[in-house]
Design a protein around this ligand. Structure first.
Ligand SMILES: Nc1nc2c(c(=O)[nH]1)N[C@H]1C(S)=C(S)[C@@H](COP(=O)(O)OP(=O)(O)OC[C@H]3O[C@@H](n4cnc5c(=O)[nH]c(N)nc54)[C@H](O)[C@@H]3O)O[C@H]1N2
Ligand SMILES: Nc1nc2c(c(=O)[nH]1)N[C@H]1C(S)=C(S)[C@@H](COP(=O)(O)OP(=O)(O)OC[C@H]3O[C@@H](n4cnc5c(=O)[nH]c(N)nc54)[C@H](O)[C@@H]3O)O[C@H]1N2
Ligand code: SF4
Ligand SMILES: [Mo]
Length: 750
């Protein structure tokens, strides 16, 4: 089988270069992948990529190492006599169909948990094929990385402007003032903003008089380079942001500007934040009142400013309220949908037919979780409630699972409990690339193809990009097994009860028919013309081409000559850049009222929790645990690449010198850290980068579990920080887990 589609012609042997997009993080850097025959020789930054201009981080250059990693699964594994052993694809699918049939017959479909992980969003085929898979499960037990990550922002976007996937993206190339809370782009390269070389873009700010203020309990790599760094007590950003809002009102600094006629609820917000004066929040947050007032004035005084909060703002007890206050600040200062403020993207593969303001609005809680009565949010239940649903007996108890690209036993809170619950399942299928802490419990593991065996187009993250950009590349290598589209299709059919040997073309045709139906019946396109245009393409290419051709820059099947199509994109190996974000509001408002709902009822209701904490803050002198990311690490799964893990262990507990001294600890000492959920032994690293009273441990490590098959990772095991995070506390409005600000005790290990 030739890996090359008819779209790009080049040799399939000998030396050649593919220009692709890095699939590891949201920055979507352009990669130049040098290949010789069936080996990756080198991965470089693509200096001709107009968006990333040659920037890559150490992870990007390891794409070849991942492809050639001998531990990366290439053949299905099926459990026989307690052991995971290699099997044929047909045997694996037969086992899947039989296993689910058995569990469904006994316990019903609600006994299945579908678990969707972060890498799905970084690959083209999963992004296109996950929809039918979700529907085939017939269960409401759906969990994803969203509720250990950004669900508060979905809720706020949904309630305030009616589109839960329209994130407010800081326009960092044009802003004069960036107020950044709980984000460390020098390590993470940015999140809910796609901007390759985020560090370089920050460094370019002073030249145009721009200023960066970082709010973080740790002097991070980003904070160290900012114009100003404020240390804040973990979990308290909401109080501080409310004090900024309070100051805007008190000092008459509110200036909504162009969108003023479309903003409802300003008075309600003014009343809610009234008690949150800079003085009232000072000791709670650890930031003095004068600094807070000055920050509010600086933000309001900037020609264009943006408030941007991420993991440290969203994965906390008041995540939704924090995201709300950040949005309120952007709106009240006239920075929402303004160049240099926060804006929304216009991806090439989507339409811009915003029409008149107003739409269906957004709701959560259309159904509730069985054990804790949590409302569904975006059709999901909280990751933090998964163990409860697995362990609590009764009708609807989770007895089976399907995990796609996720490692909950390292990514979700109270992970030891989850580990036990996975071991207890009746039937579990993992669609993954490694036998790791979670997938070791599977009955069947289906290996996903290598990224280099699949088409490449960044479908998901272009929705958060600071520029409209598109880049396509076809597979570098022929697949060692079935295509990823075929795997998704066969899994979908098996879950529908069609058996393990059903023809994957059924799903390919179904997806294409759905898209064609919309285009011909709703939009009046000519079916024959479309079918002719798609001739010779693979199912994935067809679906992508339909999106591009009908996108806002698409060729509309000839109606807009010179417009974008997949073939046209394929001619531009380094990608096509169509400029920065553009104003989309008020037309893009999809709330029922056609207004920005500043005081949406659910947000106001949730505020009662914040107010109660202000009134009785409880104990504030214990140690609080936060996480951290490192540029050479990626969540829970890139630790099997030697060049990324070699050298000194980075899985250490950072602690301020005062706190260490009080406990008789020094760098290198083994300590015991414990929380309500669990305890770990880990090496201390004393650092005055830490705020007193705060300790930091990275997540995603802990690769010493029995049965995992990741040789390099096991030799650099570290500890899993989610042993300590607590599944009992969540951000109730969004269901998001609390991964930062965990009360812990630390003492010398005996
Ligand atoms: N190298 C690398 N890059 C990655 C990832 C990775 O694991 N490694 N993961 C990717 C993913 S999935 C995501 S979602 C993004 C995340 O991207 P970021 O949000 O930039 O992630 P972090 O680096 O964890 O930064 C969170 C910061 O919040 C701070 N913090 C903790 N608690 C609080 C608090 O209560 N208040 C405030 N103000 N700050 C707090 C922490 O000290 C930390 O510096 O990164 C992506 N990129
Ligand atoms: N304490 C704490 N916990 C956290 C966080 C934190 O900051 N602190 N961050 C949270 C965040 S932001 C996120 S997004 C989650 C991420 O948590 P998860 O969604 O669990 O994602 P990863 O940890 O990235 O694990 C990815 C899984 O996918 C597999 N995989 C990798 N590539 C592919 C592929 O191409 N195809 C398939 N099928 N599988 C693949 C890997 O082997 C691994 O099993 O973790 C969260 N957990
Ligand atoms: S910053 Fe992200 S996208 Fe860029 S090379 Fe590194 S991992 Fe890849
Ligand atoms: Mo994430």
């Amino acid at each position: 089988m030739s890996p090359n589609s008819p779209l790009i012609s080049r040799p399939t042997t000998g030396p050649r270069t593919h220009y692709r997009t890095c699939p590891f993080c949201e920055a979507t850097c352009g990669l130049a992948v040098d290949v010789e025959d069936d080996r990756v020789v080198k991965v470089r930054g693509d200096k001709d990529d107009p968006f990333s201009a040659g920037f890559i981080c150490p992870k990007g250059s390891t794409l070849g190492d991942l492809h050639h990693d001998p531990d990366r699964l290439r053949k299905p594994l099926v459990r026989r006599d307690g052991e995971l052993v290699e099997a044929t694809w047909d045997e694996a699918f037969a086992a899947i169909a039989e296993g689910y049939e058995r569990v469904f017959a006994e316990h019903g479909r609600e006994s299945l948990a579908l678990l969707l992980g972060n890498p799905i969003t970084h690959h083209l085929t999963p992004a296109l094929y996950v929809g039918p898979l979700v529907r085939s499960c017939g269960t409401r037990n759906i969990y994803s990385a969203s509720t250990v990550d950004q669900m508060p922002q979905h809720v706020v976007s949904g309630l305030m402007w009616g589109d839960s996937s329209a994130f407010p993206i800081p326009d960092i190339d044009r802003t004069d003032h960036l107020l950044m809370l709980g984000a460390n782009p020098f390590a993470s390269n940015g999140s809910l903003i796609t901007a390759p070389n985020f560090p370089g873009r920050l460094k370019a700010m002073p030249a145009r008089g721009g200023k960066v203020v970082v709010v973080d309990p740790r002097r991070t790599e980003t904070a160290a380079r900012a114009d100003e760094h404020l240390m804040i007590r973990p979990g308290t950003d909401v109080f501080w942001l409310a004090a900024l809002v309070q100051t805007l009102f008190a000092e008459d600094l509110v200036d909504i500007g162009r969108l003023e006629p479309f903003v409802d609820g300003v008075e309600t917000v003014r009343e809610l934040v009234e008690p949150f004066t800079p003085e009232a929040v000072a000791s709670l947050c650890g930031i003095d009142a004068e600094t807070t007032r000055r920050q509010a004035r600086d933000l309001a005084g900037a020609a264009a400013g943006a408030v941007y909060g991420r993991i440290g703002n969203h994965t906390v007890e008041f995540g939704t309220a924090s995201a709300w206050m950040a949005a309120v600040l952007n709106i009240l200062t006239g920075n929402f949908d303004r160049p240099g403020g926060v804006m929304t993207s216009s991806p090439l593969a989507s339409r811009i037919d915003d029409g008149e303001p107003g739409g269906k609005g957004y709701r959560t809680g259309r159904w509730k979780s069985r054990v804790n009565g949590h409302p569904e949010v975006n059709g999901e239940f909280p990751a933090a409630s998964l163990a409860d649903e697995m362990e609590t007996a009764g009708p609807g108890q989770i007895r089976a699972a399907l995990s796609v690209a996720t490692n909950p036993v390292r990514s979700y809170p109270n992970s030891e409990r989850l580990d036990r619950a996975f071991a207890d399942l009746d039937f579990y299928v993992a669609f993954d690339i490694y036998v790791n802490e979670t997938t070791r419990h599977a009955d069947v593991i289906l290996p996903a193809p290598s990224a280099l065996e699949e088409d490449c187009y960044e479908l998901t993250f272009m929705s958060n990009a600071i520029r409209s950009f598109g880049k396509y590349d076809d597979p570098v290598f022929a697949g060692e097994g079935p295509s990823e589209a075929d795997l998704f299709a066969r899994l979908t059919l098996a879950l529908r009860g069609e058996g393990g040997d059903a023809d994957p073309a059924l799903i390919h045709d179904e997806l294409l028919e759905q898209a064609l139906g919309r285009l011909t019946e709703k939009d009046g396109f000519d079916r024959d013309a479309i079918e002719k245009a798609l001739e010779g393409m693979t199912p994935v290419q067809k679906l992508l081409d339909l999106k591009l051709r009908t996108g806002w820059q698409g060729d509309l099947f000839g109606q807009r000559p010179g417009g974008i199509s997949l073939r046209k994109l394929a001619e531009h190996a380094h990608g096509v850049d169509l400029g920065p974000m553009v104003e989309r509001y008020p037309a893009r408002l999809k709330t029922e009222s056609g207004k920005f709902e500043m005081a949406a009822p659910l947000l106001v209701e949730d505020w009662a929790r914040v107010r109660a904490r202000l009134d009785s803050p409880g104990e504030t002198d214990g140690l609080l645990l936060i996480g951290r990311r490192h540029v050479r690490s990626n969540n829970s799964w890139m630790h099997n690449i030697e060049t990324l893990v070699s050298g000194r262990s980075r899985c250490t507990l950072l602690m301020n010198p005062e706190d260490a001294k009080a406990r008789g600890l020094d760098s290198g000492a083994e300590t015991k850290i414990s929380s309500r959920a669990g305890a770990l032994t880990v090496e201390v690293e004393v650092s005055d980068d830490m705020m007193p009273g705060v300790v930091s441990l990275p997540h995603g490590w802990g690769h010493d579990a029995e049965g995992i098959r990741m040789g390099v990772a096991s030799a650099h095991a570290g500890v899993g920080s989610n042993v300590l995070t607590d599944d009992r506390i969540i951000d109730t409005a969004s269901g998001n887990a609390v991964l930062n600000g965990i009360p812990v005790e630390v003492a010398a290990a005996s």
